[in-house]
Design a protein. Structure first.
Length: 158
């Protein structure tokens, strides 16, 4: 299922115009906390995939992994001269926190949120949009692959 929870926002599948890059990011953990990872797919304004990012994060919460995915996307954008970035995430909590709708109460998430806000303000334009889980399939696959690889490497040889 695709779509978004915020009725006044256009769906992320709308054409990107005006030089906007679009990043789909996802994070997760198996258990909460548990083995965690993130994945992200970044597209240029023409819709061509220009980067796929993923990382195993060790034992973390799913919300921590979501923020680490966002931070990776922002770092990539800043390092590659991107000026306008639209981030699509299925984390309602993170999207609402980044928009200032929800406060960040978790001491573990506060520094990540602060860093993401600082990095996003270095861009000329930044948007965050929510999508339902089905709208983030490629990023979800990368996050799961990172968790799979991290768990495989972490297991002793038999």
């Amino acid at each position: 299922m695709t779509g978004n929870l915020f009725e006044n926002e256009p769906d992320a599948s709308e054409a990107t115009a005006g030089g906007w890059f679009t990043a789909h990011c996802d994070g997760g953990s198996r258990g909460n906390p548990g083995p965690a990872g993130y994945g992200a797919v970044i597209e240029d304004p023409e819709g061509q995939v220009v980067a796929r990012l993923s990382e195993f994060l060790g034992r973390q919460t799913n919300n921590y992994a979501e923020y680490k995915g966002l931070l990776a996307v922002l770092a990539w954008a800043l390092a590659n001269g991107v000026r306008k970035l639209r981030v699509v995430s299925d984390s309602e909590l993170m999207v609402r926190q980044m928009k200032g709708i929800y406060k960040v109460k978790s001491p573990g998430l506060q520094p990540l949120w602060q860093e993401a806000r600082w990095m996003s303000r270095r861009l000329d334009a930044f948007e965050m949009r929510h999508t339902l889980r089905g709208g983030n399939k490629d990023a979800d696959k990368l996050a799961n692959a990172a968790m799979d690889e991290g768990q495989r490497i972490g297991k002793p040889a038999s």
